[in-house]
Design a protein around this ligand. Structure first.
Ligand code: NAD
Length: 427
């Protein structure tokens, strides 16, 4: 999964679509340059050794509101990647229609090898290093790959401590908490499942348009973290047949009478929590039994004969090497950038319907906006209210993109970029 040059590739993609729809080239090029990319050194004591990690924050564009985007902890995090991810955030916030711009950040680290205390020190030190560019009306980070509410709580706590110590301005505590979303303290009820919930809302709208029967529609989900788990769980609760799921160690399917049969997602989740990985769940606790259970690799999962494929892990997993083996007729990009541009063109030509990431996974940032607003207004919204509002935003975003795709006889990705560029460049 070579990820180098991803920013350049994503920039060219947007530029091409922008030019096709005759947006002024100077405005387009200006928009495509990130406003600011901060690179920081983060020293953390690991035992007796002081190790320096690289951290980043790319603030891409704030035409529509404060910079907004997640923080990722992964060994592969680099400047190029955060720049690409921040560009996608600018497009995403515009597609889902929330008053935010786009940003992304992260640390090149494998958090799994750190103790909890080391992880806390790393998170707090990162916050100190990027403190100056954050703020509820400046830049609002959130969780992403390998980051979670606990990490965000440490960061929010550190941010508030520095702010109160420095007495830069007299901002209210609730507003200071609005500097981060995805928190548990002052957080939003429903934020944890928001991205998966948003994706399944889009899935429901799509199957209505295509007149598919959920009960006869099979789904394979790659990635069983925050996004993949909730997507799989809610899709199966909505009647879809989720027949395969996977995490970084591989996936599971269950055979029955010559076909794959739906997995019991809550049971799989329980088992993964107990064993640490889905591979450990092979033939355990009834997730798969000795007759039907099968362990598959992530490569095999992507090539299964399913109706809908849902990559919900990392970038570029569908690429030149495997595009010819993809059998799904619909792909829902719950991860950011899971399909390379070449594979995207190949599959679209073949008639595969691809729901792009900037629409499919925009439920996360839409919920972040609701959390931010809740903090700014010093209110606490109830979960059912949050999910209803989120559903409305997702249905409207899907309808806009669908309409634009029909009007211009184009695919959903091009239509999403068009919706986003119209909003961003008009402002
Ligand atoms: P997460 O860390 O909670 O989960 C990631 C999952 O991917 C884990 O199950 C992990 O085992 C699996 N994984 C890691 N490497 C893999 C590999 N090589 N092959 C297969 N599986 C692998 O992260 P998440 O929050 O679920 O994010 C997943 C994707 O969704 C990312 O692309 C992220 O940018 C995107 N996204 C997340 C949110 C959000 O709200 N969390 C919002 C929008 C987009």
């Amino acid at each position: 999964m070579n990820n180098s040059g991803v920013y350049q590739k994503s920039r060219e993609e947007v530029l091409e679509i922008g030019k096709k729809y005759k947006f002024p080239e100077d405005k387009l090029k200006e928009f495509l340059k990130p406003d600011k990319v901060l690179e920081v050194n983060i020293p953390v004591k690991l035992g007796t050794e002081l190790v320096t990690f690289k951290g980043y924050r790319s603030q891409h564009n704030n035409n529509l509101g404060p910079y907004k985007g997640g923080l990722r902890f992964h060994p592969r995090v680099n400047k190029d990647e955060v720049m690409a991810l921040s560009l996608w955030m600018s497009l995403k916030t515009a597609v889902v229609g929330v008053p935010f711009g786009g940003a992304k950040g992260g640390i090149a680290v494998d958090p799994k090898v750190l103790t909890e205390k080391q992880l806390e020190n790393l998170s707090r030190e990162y916050t100190r290093k990027v403190f100056d560019i954050l703020g509820p009306e400046k830049d609002v980070p959130a969780p992403d790959v390998n980051t979670n509410p606990k990490i965000i709580d440490w960061m929010a706590d550190e941010y508030i401590k520095i702010n109160q110590k420095s007495k830069i301005k007299n901002q209210k505590l609730n507003e200071l908490y609005a500097t981060f979303t995805g928190k548990s303290k002052y957080g939003l009820s429903g934020r944890t499942e928001a991205t998966g919930f948003g994706g399944v809302t889009v899935l429901n709208e799509l199957v209505k348009k295509l007149k598919l029967n959920p009960k006869k529609t099979t789904i394979a989900v790659m990635g069983f973290g925050n996004v993949g788990y909730y997507f799989a769980d809610l899709a199966s609760k909505n009647g879809f047949q989720v027949i395969a799921v996977s995490d970084s160690k591989g996936g599971i399917v269950k055979n029955g009478q010559g076909r794959y049969i739906p997995l019991d997602i809550p049971l799989v989740f329980e088992c993964k929590n107990e064993k640490g990985s889905l591979a450990g769940c092979y033939c355990a606790g009834g997730v798969c039994d000795t007759r039907g259970g099968q362990l598959i690799s992530n490569e095999e999962l992507l090539e299964l004969s399913v109706d809908i494929l849902v990559p919900a892990a990392l970038e570029n997993v569908i690429n030149e090497n495997n595009m010819q083996n993809i059998k799904a007729k619909i792909i829902i990009e719950m991860a950011n950038g899971p399909i390379t541009p070449k594979a995207y063109h190949y599959l679209t030509e073949k008639g595969v319907i691809i729901v792009p990431d900037i629409l499919a996974n925009s439920g996360g940032v839409a919920a972040s906006f609701i959390e931010w607003e809740q903090n700014m207004k010093n209110k606490t919204y109830k979960k059912d209210v949050v999910l209803k509002r989120l559903e409305k935003l997702m249905i409207a975003a899907f309808a806009n993109v669908w309409e634009e795709s029909k009007k211009n006889k184009t695919d959903l990705k091009e239509a999403s970029y068009l919706v986003a560029l119209k909003r961003i460049l008009k402002s």
